[in-house]
Design a protein. Structure first.
Length: 729
């Protein structure tokens, strides 16, 4: 009998909410306390240093060594005043997490003691070595040096007594080895291109910012149950487990009352996040049992992304204090919803105009439509790339799998906006000149804001939806670094806007009227890219066929989806926007394939171990109990009666054998497929072999283990079951 399982279930079910230390002050008093924000800078830096730093941040200028020294001195004083003893360059390697290597502030004072120091040199640049991070072959061993360099646009903060300085991470030869470097490049590109277009409408525009509001979904599991599931511990998801009789059918979890243990965790997390200046605001239950969501108020994309990564770190830490483990995996449990991270994205000009918001006048709405159709065009042209930007071994279980949208990128505009664009596309010359001349009533251009207010049909199945004043990129995975999606999206839109601007400029130079030129180009773009618009049910099979006909990327194999980064269109687009060089793209894809292979490899190993060492022995033991019983019963009831009495046991004995046979055969097949794949040296080919040959036997093994779970004596079953994992008391 599996005493361990009953012990941990009991432990988990008995657990009470952990008390949270609630600060005496209101949030406004401790909000941002652990951040070296402008208020702290003003307090700790000399006035001229402060002014010079702020203008460098705002105008994106490099900073001098003496300025860095002065900032470092003030930053250190603030950090030490707030209890920090160490500092670290905090960066985002290509592993979907953050990295840090701590150093104490101490330096020898020459008299056998130490002083606490921090120089501009250490602030600005460091060589963390970090040669074991994935780099796709850019850094071979003799030049295995990577540099981290200060990102002045994101403020330093104190986490667990360490001053963390957000940095980029690049190779000795200047290639990016992280997510932040290309993100900053993409944000610069979209700033330049969008500002050019925005100035056609308002000459006062200097800069355009990209904004991101992420909605982080996650699961919580009690730590005792978590620890009793080697698959959760090692892979972040359950590799087996029969569906619970009740899961999300009754839809009673979504927006339901939050269990008190979870509420305590959330409160604790919010307090920590607010101290770090992360504006988390919304929390609620999600659709699946034990699934929750956290969302902040949106911020500039680079900062928002730093904050998301920081929140993910905090969540893991705070969860432990509450005897939970947080699961960021996109599909921790089969048969119920997976977790995503909706990326709410918009562009805003420095004069305050939000570029995806309709305005009060037809002119404002012309700007609105200009930006909307340019996003459409970019997403249409690069739909395969955008899919690649959100794809990973883990997100592959969520997209294109059961209970999830297919792995096809399309845009939901809503019927009202589609109507406006369709009318515009088919407008007569009279209607168009009416718009140029007067209010544009006949085309409904003036009424867009009212239309959107009524726009209640918010399609939940769309991977990329327009939601009134922003786009919501919903295909992003819960464990992902949002930067991957934000790099591809901002770069693609920047490139499209630059092309658009040049076209308009040529027409203006040719003497055309601005409004006429804009209207015409909007029509051209809309016509060319409306194949990306899909307002129907993205989960349906008809959509897959329809998308295929429309020429959208319908590839479902993750390793092949990554190819989109290396297509001629992507390479050219990333080149023009200065976001990635061909060398970087190649190297990053090597990393993607390698990571894919490793993740599937680990899962396959864990599954093999569990199947052979945990499940088969238990099934055998139960089967042998039944066999004993059959022998004894036959003794007791000889002849025909005996045969009848043992019939159901015999049936179970035989079924268990059948399942075990398949589990054994498929495990052997899986191991063989792994061996063959491991012998392949090309990373892409290897990843494809893992996808094509290792994953299919894994799915069969799971199916048969799940069948055994329903047959074997409940008391013997070694792993906590879904019904135990999924319902926090
Ligand atoms: P939902 O109904 O999708 O849950 P919310 O109102 O909770 O939407 O908002 C989700 C996220 O979108 C939040 O982070 C919010 O700040 C963000 N958001 C709202 N407006 C914008 C915008 N214009 N640009 C970017 N993000 C935005
Ligand atoms: Mg949303």
């Amino acid at each position: 009998m599996s005493s361990l399982r009953f012990k941990v279930v009991e432990e988990a079910f008995d657990r009470k909410a952990v008390a949270v230390e609630i600060p005496a002050e209101r949030p406004d008093a401790y909000y941002g306390k652990a951040v070296f924000n402008r208020k702290k800078m003003y307090e700790y830096l000399p006035k001229d240093t402060y002014d010079a730093l702020i203008s460098a941040i705002e105008d994106k200028k490099p900073i001098s060594r003496s300025l860095a020294d002065s900032v470092a001195e003030g930053m250190k004083r603030w950090a030490v005043d707030n209890g920090a003893r160490h500092y670290t360059h905090w960066f985002h390697p290509l592993t979907d997490g953050t990295a840090e290597k701590h150093d104490a502030f101490i330096e020898p004072d020459g008299k056998g003691g130490v002083v606490e120091e921090f120089s501009g040199k250490l602030l600005v640049q460091q060589e963390p070595d970090a040669s074991s991070f994935p780099n796709g072959g850019i850094r071979n061993t003799f030049e295995a040096r990577g540099y981290s360099a200060w990102d002045i646009s994101s403020p330093a903060f104190i986490l667990d007594g360490t001053l963390c300085i957000p940095t980029i991470f690049v190779s000795y030869t200047g290639e990016s080895l992280d997510y932040k470097t290309p993100l900053l490049r993409a944000l610069n590109a979209v700033d330049r291109a969008a500002a050019d277009v925005a100035r056609l409408f308002n000459p006062a525009v200097k800069h355009v910012k990209s904004y991101l509001g992420w909605e982080q979904e996650y699961f919580l599991v009690d730590e005792a149950l978590f620890s009793a599931r080697p698959d959760l511990v090692l892979t972040g998801r359950t590799l087996m487990g029969h569906e619970s009789a009740k899961n999300q059918q009754l839809e009673d979890h979504y927006f339901g009352a939050i269990p008190s243990r979870v509420e305590a965790f959330m409160l604790d997390l919010e307090i920590e996040a607010h101290r770090l200046g992360i504006p988390v605001k919304t929390r609620h239950n999600e659709v699946a049992p034990n699934q929750f969501e956290l969302a902040p108020i949106f911020e500039e994309t680079n900062l928002a992304n730093d904050h998301n990564l920081l929140v993910m770190t905090l969540m893991a830490e705070v969860a432990r204090r509450h005897n939970f483990r947080v699961l960021m995996h996109e599909k921790p449990f089969s048969g119920i919803n997976g977790s995503g991270k909706h990326n709410n994205w918009s562009l805003g000009a420095d004069c305050g105009d939000m570029l995806f918001s309709p305005g009060k006048t037809p002119e404002d709405n012309l700007r609105f439509l200009t930006f909307i159709v340019n996003v459409m065009a970019a997403v249409h042209k690069h739909n395969g790339l955008l899919k690649a930007s959100i794809m990973s071994a883990t997100n592959a279980h969520r997209l294109g799998a059961n209970e999830a949208p297919p792995a096809i990128i399309s845009i939901f505009l809503g019927s009202q906006l589609s109507d406006v664009l369709n009318k515009l596309e088919n407008a007569t010359p009279e209607q168009l000149s009416d718009l140029s001349a007067k209010s544009g009533r006949s085309l409904g251009l003036a009424q867009i804001p009212e239309l959107l207010l009524d726009n209640t049909d918010r399609n939940r199945t769309s991977p990329f939806a327009f939601t009134g004043n922003r786009f919501e990129f919903r295909a992003v995975g819960s464990s992902a670094n949002c930067a991957s999606a934000m790099i591809a999206l901002n770069a693609a839109v920047a490139d499209q806007l630059a092309t658009f601007y040049n076209t308009i400029k040529k027409r203006l130079d040719g003497g055309e009227d601005l409004k006429d030129a804009l209207l015409d180009e909007i029509r051209v773009l809309y016509k060319a890219s409306k194949a990306i618009v899909f307002d129907g049910n993205g989960y349906s099979d008809e959509w897959k066929e329809e998308a295929e006909r429309r020429g959208l990327d319908c590839e479902t194999s993750a390793p092949k989806i990554f190819d989109a980064y290396l297509s001629p269109e992507s390479v050219a687009m990333f080149g023009r926007t200065g976001v990635f060089s061909p060398v970087e793209l190649q190297a990053r894809n090597e990393v993607k394939w390698e990571m894919y292979t490793k993740k599937v490899q680990i899962e396959a190993r864990v599954l093999g171990d569990l199947a052979i060492n945990h499940i088969m022995p238990v099934a055998t033991r139960y089967q042998s109990l039944l066999v004993d019983n059959v022998v004894k019963l036959k003794d007791l009831f000889p002849g025909v009666k005996g045969a009848k009495v043992v019939a159901h046991d015999l049936d179970t004995i035989e079924k268990i054998s059948q399942h075990m046979d398949i589990i054994k055969t498929e495990t052997d097949r899986m191991i063989e497929a792994r061996k063959e794949a491991n012998a392949i040296s090309d990373e892409r080919e290897k990843a494809i072999a893992y996808h094509d040959n290792v994953i299919p036997p894994m799915e069969v093994i799971r199916r048969h283990i799940d069948k055994l779970e329903l047959m074997v004596d409940n008391e013997m079953w070694p792993l906590p079951k879904y019904r135990e994992l999924l319902f926090i008391r």
